[in-house]
Design a binder for this molecule. Structure first.
Ligand code: ZN
Length: 329
């Protein structure tokens, strides 16, 4: 069975002559897991006194030749070779969790079953592996309303996180919940259909908080809007005891290409020029401030620093820790 007919809808863009962005026919994994098959996966680290947990939702293959813009296939291949990767690349779908007072906060909700069996949808396994349950989540911070970030919010039209309030950029709600914008802008209609399907139960239940300006949405957590990739793309900045972590959403999709060349954009951008500007500014700011960044499409756990390089920037993953940390440390 090919996946082309039934899954990875966000990847099957009809932009220009893209057709399927897959380089090869993919098959649904058989019952014996492939060598890169993991179960739920978690990685915990501290920002000040807040314990943050990266949660894997799985990975999906991406054909960079078909989805990147403002570069050439030769240049992409050269940059992938330099990074010991090759096209198509395997891209992480990530989410993050942290506990603060009485709040249990999830950042993005993964793809759910939007990509079909075998691709994404591991968020709840990862959440359970971290010893939490969907009903424990009180707040969900959505970086933007694409299906690989909101897909896990509902399953078969039902709310998955029954006790959570969903925070999302108002411009994304206004844009994606109005199908008329597909015709007005020429942006892929599927994204609108998916957002409506996924978010409708939360909208009807009055569980959406629409963010329209820089706001402290929880003590120590500030939301800010950075339109480009989508009109309501948001960063969420967590500060604790002098340390700062920013959840940046999709300012970067292809590490090996967009760090050395931040001007390279992706077909999923609603406004690619603005998206490139957001990326360049963010890379520069994070490199200067030395703050920690959490980026859902960086290789799991997707947490690291951005460093100025001779040409463009480098992604520096966080150092690995795996022991008990005493309160005094
Ligand atoms: Zn994404």
């Amino acid at each position: 069975m090919t996946v082309r007919s039934l899954i990875l809808p966000t990847l099957l863009l009809s932009f220009s002559t893209v057709g399927s962005v897959f380089a090869t026919e993919q098959t649904v994994p058989d019952e014996s897991p492939g060598i890169t098959q993991q179960g739920g996966d978690t990685y915990a680290f501290k920002i000040g006194d807040v314990r943050v947990i990266a949660l894997s939702d799985g990975t999906v293959p991406q054909d960079l030749h078909k989805i990147l813009q403002g570069t050439t296939n030769e240049k992409i291949d050269e940059q992938l070779t330099y990074a010991y990767q090759s096209n198509p690349i395997e891209t992480s779908l990530g989410a993050f969790l942290f506990e603060m007072g009485d709040s249990l906060v999830l950042v993005d909700a993964g793809a759910g079953n939007m990509f079909g069996p075998g691709f994404g949808g591991k968020l709840l396994d990862s959440l359970h592996a971290a010893r939490y349950d969907a009903k424990d989540v009180t707040d969900i911070l959505i970086t933007h309303a694409h299906s690989d970030h909101i897909g896990g919010l509902t399953r078969d039209g039902q709310i998955v996180f029954a006790n959570a309030r969903v925070h999302v950029g108002k411009p994304d709600i206004d844009f994606f919940l109005d199908r008329g914008n597909a015709e007005k802008t020429g942006y892929e209609k599927l994204f609108f259909d998916q957002a409506i399907q996924i978010l409708a139960p939360y909208v009807e239940a009055g569980k959406i908080n629409r963010i329209d300006e820089t706001t402290e949405i929880l003590p120590g957590v500030t939301a800010s809007l950075h339109p480009g990739h989508t009109p309501g793309s948001a960063f969420y900045t967590l500060k604790s005891q002098g340390q700062t972590l920013t959840f940046v959403g999709d300012i970067v999709h292809a590490e090996a290409v967009q760090f050395p060349s931040p001007s390279v954009t992706i077909v999923y951008d609603v406004d690619s020029k603005m998206a490139a500007n957001v990326r360049s500014k963010a890379f520069s700011n994070f490199a200067n401030d030395r703050d920690v960044v959490a980026a859902p499409h960086m290789p799991f756990p997707g947490v690291g620093h951005i460093r100025k390089a001779q040409k463009g920037y480098d992604w520096v993953p966080v150092n690995y820790g795996n022991r008990e940390v005493k309160k005094s440390e």
